[in-house]
Structure formats: structure tokens, C-alpha cells
Design a protein around this ligand. Sequence first.
Ligand code: ASP
Length: 352
Amino acid sequence: MKKVSILHTGGTLSSKVDYKTGGVVAKYTDKDILSMFPELREIVKIKSRLIRNMSSDDMNFKHYNLLAKEIFKELKNSDGVIITHGTDTMHYSAAALSFILEGLDKPILLVGAQRSSDRGSSDAGLNLICAAQFIKNSDFFGVGICMHEGMSDENCLILPAVKTRKLHSSRRDAFKVVNDSAIARVNRYGKVEFLNYTKREKGKLELKLINEKLKVGLIKSRPNMFATELKIYEKYDGLILEGTGLGHFPITKIDNFTSENKRTFDEIKKITKKIPVVMTTQCLFGRVNMNVYSPGRELIKIGVLGNQLDMLPEVAYVKLAWLLSNHKKEVRELIGENLRGEINHRIKDEFL
Ligand code: ASP
């Protein structure tokens, strides 16, 4: 039997209704989860540990490092690791683990649930069982997310850690791949169907942690923006811009109503002189193209990075923090290089 470690961090999967408040809170321990889903022990040999019982909304870089270190320890003696995790920021953690665990040669699957495990409609059981089945029945290695494929309890998908986003606040199939496709489909009985998986070369596992003191910003462009909103980032180490469309910000003064836009442009210019600033798109699908419109060209001229990339804003955010921590001198070159599958230099026709 394959040996799998389950590291629990909390989230809805570990939650139940608290009758005092009427709300749902992360309370179940690793032991509770295993006794709720005894089938898991029939699929793989399980060792489980409680790392935290928290909502993923409260996580920060320190948790990513802690989790990576715990995974590193577990991998010495297991064939793969399942991480139970809140769904809200799961895509940030998945990206962080992908970057931190360089040369990973075993499967790490993040598993969450949209309905707490004490509810009949919970998706926790299927997601966990499918993750265990996938590790048992495949030779996949790398970081993936295992969640429901559709509304029914039939299949789960193994989703690429750096190309996936939570796109629904409550549906069990909330996680969708953006500009790419799922790695595999798996069911509770262990049937695995690979959909899109190109094996990388195996490396030597190395921990490249994120500097916990870093301050990286992520700001969304919108109408009626003020330059002062950007000002605080002068003191940050890096900034991700979530532009509209192809990568735009309100930076052009076209009439008396738009004088603030000039100030916004000047502020971005000031910040790009101090720290790396990377453009992404809030459209999510498609890529940034700052060559199309003149303001975009202005942004390129003042040093805004990210042109032609299809990186998800959250992934760019984590990647920038990781690059600043581990490759400080090469941030500007490496931000545009596909290090973990986060960039498609060519997007398949179906996503264009
Ligand atoms: N707020 C919760 C979390 O992300 C929601 C969930 O687990 O689905 O931890």
C-alpha cells in the first residue's frame, strides 16, 4: 500500500456548526476526519497530523513556509501528501507550495470542501477519497488541487496548482482551470483518466522559502481611482496591478474630469522606479497585452512588467514574493519565465 500523509490546516472541510454562534467553524481534528471517512484507510496507508485548524482567509506567508517544511519532513517517509485546506485562498497556497518546493518528485494534493463535513451534502468525503485514489493509482508528481468536477458526487478533477481559481462562492465545483485544462479526472473507485499532464523531469527536492517580512501588494484597477490609493506601495517590496482588459489602469487625462488619472500615472511611475510592478488582468482568461493601446505602451515605458503573460493575479502575487525572496537580482527576467506551469507562452485556441 502507498503511504500518504494527511496534513490538516482546517477550512470548511474541518468545520461543523457551532451551536453557540450558529456559524460554521473549523473544529474537527485529523482524527475526527479519519473516523468520518474510514474508506480512506482502505485505499492508502495513512498518517495524519493537525497543523492548524483555521480558515484559509487568515493565512499568510508564514503558514506557507510552515506547511512546506512539514511536507518536506513527511515526504522522507511517504509517497505523497494530502493537505486539507480552506477553499477561499487555496489557490494562493497551491501556488506558494509549487514555488517553494522546488524539484518536487512526489504528489501533493490540496483538498477542501464547500460544505462542512457534518452536512449530508458535504463534498469533503469525495474530494478526500478521490485525492487518495489518485495518489494510489497514478504516477503524478507535483502540486495539484483535488475538488469536485461537477454538481454531482461522481468525479473529481485534479487541477493544476498555478492555473486554477475559485470561481464560485458556494458551488461544489467552484474551482476552474483558467487558460489551461485539468490534469486528470478521478472517481471514488480509483478510475483515473489523464486529461493534460506532461511529466517534468524529476529534480532534487529543495525548500526555497518565502521571506516572511516581505510586503507585496495587489491592487485592482477600477473607475474613479485615486493616486493616493497607490502611494502606500512606495514602501512595499513589490506590487501586482490587476488591470482591466488587456492590462489597463486609469492613467490618461482626457478632460477636466480626469486630472486624477495623470496623478495616478505619476504615482505608478514613481513606484516602478523603486520596486518591481507587474501587470495582470482581472479578466483572468486571456493574456495581458499592453502594446495594443497607447496608455499600455506608456506603462511598458515606465517599467511595468508582465506584458504578454497569462499569469493569474494571485499566482503572480505569490510568484513575485517568492522571486524577491530567492532570486532578488533576477526578478525582472524571471517574472516572465514559466517556472512551474504558471505561464502559457501559447494559449490553446479553445481559450483564446
Ligand atoms: N473561509 C473558508 C476557508 O477558506 C471557506 C472554506 O474552507 O471553504 O477557509
